[in-house]
Write a protein that binds this ligand. Sequence first.
Ligand SMILES: [Zn+2]
Length: 393
Amino acid sequence: MAKTYSDLFAELRQSVKTMPLDEVKARFDARASRPVTLLDVREKDEFRAGYIPGAVHIARAYLEAQAEQKLPDKNAEIIVYCASGNRSLFAAKTLLDFGYTNVVSANPGFVRWKDLRYPVETPPNLTPAQLDRYSRHILLPEVGERGQEKLLKGRVLLLGAGGLGAPAALYLAAAGVGTLGLVDADEVDASNLQRQIIHATSRIGMAKVDSAEKALVDLNPDVKVVKYKERFLSSNADRILGDGWDVIVDGCDNFPTRYLVNDASLFHKTPVVHGSIFRFDGQVTTFMPWDGPCYRCLYPEPPPPELSPSCSEAGVLGILPGLIGILQATEAVKLILGQGELLKGRLLTYDSMKMTFRTLKLRRDPNCPACGKNPTIKEYIDYEGFCLGTAPH
Ligand SMILES: [Zn+2]
């Protein structure tokens, strides 16, 4: 005789363990010391209206197809839940049949969980257009909707809309970093276009901040551009950093600005992703203020002008700043997401001719004049200008 739904359900209750909600709540509360996976098998719309914080979502209909990818550890403790405890029972049985060893079904389910005022999280409020635009980010567990929301709220200040700033800004805009600040006093020149791909032949003569804004907003209308058509100086550093930035992407390769950026980042506790290029070589590091080394830990004072390369005259392989700027953008995105290992205390160097990367350790200097035990630098220092003409890249 054919089984009825209630027969099947009675059988499931025999073969699948259930867990009352107060126990689920206790396991949830202890999850930091004893990891547990909460699996939500409701439909997408139900999930989007609210779920148990940290829950993995696989709609019941996709469980067979997605279980191995989203639940790779077959011995992990898994608590399956749905709205009332029925679908989760079927889902738990499926997982047991797939060889998962430690699966229970919550009883009843999320409706009651919510009534009990247990913790509930709702997904970020991304529009359908944003869910589509950033879908390749959202598929990454390290980003997801929550991470994309962080990026959209993120604020990155780019010093220079030139060789390093151009590729960094384009990729940050594409990634959906919501606010990009651009500091650059220059106009687009034909000789910039060999590498500054944010600009265009049709915009020669236009202010770089305006030209860059046009490219960025055209690429992604989610992005707001804050323009500073000025050079970064001791007289405006506090005003610009006072606007509040998560991270500075430093693409200004002249010594006075480099020291100014360093000191300002310490005063304002704003991290700096530093990049520099010369001919065929580039380097990147991330300065975390008062945590890792700062620029002055490495070079306490600028070299005398006659010993420093005349950067505005130096040639550079056009592609090189693209690569270094994109490494800087990658650091900025990781910093906003709070994911991965930053280049804190590490200098990544790149030799395009040998096609090699190397990593050098950098150490914080306890006697650093800016971030040491007894810092002597308490205000901005204007170093005598060399290589001050224009942004050199
Ligand atoms: Zn230092």
